[in-house]
Design a protein around this ligand. Structure first.
Ligand code: OKP
Ligand code: ZN
Length: 346
């Protein structure tokens, strides 16, 4: 499959995150993308660097002040103290209910909290460069499909589906799937379906398109009552205003088996047919894998092949965007299974 890979991804390499009160090694590592790239190379897939600038879609998806913050965050962090070069910034305060989020404080950590949904999205010196090039990779994949390619894969990290209009979260900074969908809308597609199969609900993508009927969002994920991101992803979220009826959440209890997962996939695919989407973006998280260290579904390599084949049967121009998947050594094979299943079917 035609693959646009992010040549800057390795510049985003934070060292640690927090887990149960301890600093632990980051789960979302450069090695993830290297394993996928190596597998696709060995599998003979066509690999290209981004050839489109995502600037216009970026301005439609994210707020100007959030993008300004992301672009300048690292230099501002270093300006506080040169020793910060060796440290990672984490938010420690957030404007929750009753506090003001219209004001941008001058204090750096206060602004970091304003633009974060959690403390789980560590920033590094090259985060902006990596995330910005990832947006170009997503726009490039979308362009290639609108120009006639049957499908394309955006092989990038950091992931994107938790990032909202004006916030980062869950290892995500720029919402690559939203960039891809918006890019397709800006070209010929009248309605785009985004199907999020990552273990975690794509809260950012849902919220970005929640009031729109030109982008339908469907997601299969661990029940947010127990799984991240906890505060969105419930079945009663169906869209508002023009977007009423254009959002579908299919939460499944942690520990659900492949049969339950594919039953939900069938519902999502039927819904994509009902809304008459003319293009598809797949937020391809592979953390539904049985060996994933932070998730609790149990899909196998064979199940990923089956997923690819089912998506191909929708018959839509398709962009795959890599999201999560933390069993890094198996990530390349699992990604390739989806692409093979898709390409065998059409
Ligand atoms: C990102 B994606 C533990 C925090 C856990 C939440 C998981 C983010 C998953 N330190 N962070 O959807 O795969
Ligand atoms: Zn995930």
């Amino acid at each position: 499959m035609l693959t646009f890979h992010n040549p800057m991804h390795h510049l985003h390499a934070p060292v640690h995150e927090f887990f149960r009160g301890e600093k632990v090694a980051c789960f979302e590592t450069p090695a993830r993308a290297e394993f996928v790239l190596a597998a696709l190379q060995a599998g003979g897939h066509e690999l290209r660097e981004p050839d489109q600038d995502a600037a216009s879609a970026l301005a439609q998806i994210h707020s100007e002040r959030y993008l300004d913050f992301l672009r300048t965050a690292w230099p501002q962090w270093i300006a506080l103290d040169p020793q910060n070069e060796q440290r990672q910034p984490f938010p420690s305060v957030w404007p929750v209910r009753s506090l003001r989020s219209d004001i941008e404080p001058e204090n750096f950590v206060a602004r970091l909290g304003l633009y974060s949904m959690d403390n789980g999205s560590p920033l590094a010196s090259g985060t902006w460069a990596a995330a910005r090039a990832g947006a170009d990779a997503a726009a490039s994949a979308a362009h290639s499909v609108m120009a006639g390619a049957r499908a394309a894969f955006c092989l990038s990290r950091p992931p994107g589906h938790h990032a909202g209009h004006d916030f980062m979260g869950g290892y995500c900074f720029i919402n690559n799937a939203a960039i891809a969908a918006q890019t397709m809308r800006n070209l010929e597609a009248d309605r785009v379906a985004v199907l999020d199969v990552d273990y975690h609900h794509g809260n950012g993508t849902q919220s970005i398109f929640y009031e729109r009927d030109d982008v339908f969002f469907a997601s299969i994920h661990g029940d947010p009552l127990t799984e991240y991101p906890f505060y969105l992803g419930y079945a009663d979220e169906t869209g508002v205003g023009d977007g009423a009826g254009y959002n579908l959440n299919l939460p499944l209890p942690a520990g659900s088996d492949a049969a339950a997962w594919f039953a939900a996939l069938e519902r999502a695919c039927k819904a994509i047919g009902y809304v008459h989407a003319d293009a598809l973006v797949v937020s391809l998280g592979l953390d539904t894998f049985e060996g994933d260290p932070i998730s609790q579904f149990s899909l196998t390599a064979g199940d990923f092949d089956r997923l690819g084949a089912r998506l191909a049967a929708l018959g839509l121009p398709t962009v795959f965007v890599l999201e999560g998947g933390y069993a890094a050594a198996e990530l390349g094979d699992n990604a390739q299974q989806v692409l093979h299943g898709f390409e065998r079917r059409h």
